[in-house]
Design a protein. Structure first.
Length: 146
């Protein structure tokens, strides 16, 4: 499974902020100023008292949090579970965007170079380290491996 990076997290945060989707998931300490980086703003949308309280009250974060909803769409896209054509209808469904707004955001997602790279990248199996090289050949552990 492919994972998004900090650039994509910031990109998703930028979409949320530009469309004012964060209003129900931030508390009064949220910093809209320019001195705070986009990544910090995005992370503070996710990790704050409002989100924690809503989760403690039994709400699932994927049901109410715009970042998680948007990330789920992008995760499915980069893991080739959906296509670019599926993004716009999903944005309309999840956020209630107009057709035009959904297409505009879908186009931004399609043009994002980090997302493109992940989509084109093949899933690489994580190679298991060669345990025998790390274990002293005279140790009991080495003998048990044989």
């Amino acid at each position: 499974m492919k994972k998004i990076n900090d650039n994509i997290i910031s990109f998703l945060g930028e979409i949320i902020l530009k469309n004012k989707l964060e209003k129900d998931v931030v508390d009064s300490s949220f910093d809209y100023s320019e001195k705070t980086t986009l990544l910090e703003k995005t992370l503070s949308m996710i990790f704050n008292d409002v989100v924690i309280k809503r989760m403690e009250n039994g709400e699932r974060i994927a049901q109410f949090h715009p970042f998680v909803k948007l990330r789920n769409i992008v995760d499915r896209l980069i893991n080739n579970l959906i296509t670019y054509e599926d993004v716009s209808p999903l944005l309309k469904e999840e956020f209630g965007f107009s057709e035009e707004k959904a297409k505009e955001i879908a186009l931004l997602i399609k043009e994002n170079k980090d997302i493109k790279e992940l989509i084109e990248k093949e899933d690489i199996e994580i190679a298991q380290p060669n345990i025998e090289k790390k274990v002293n050949p005279k140790s009991i552990g080495y003998q048990l491996l044989k």
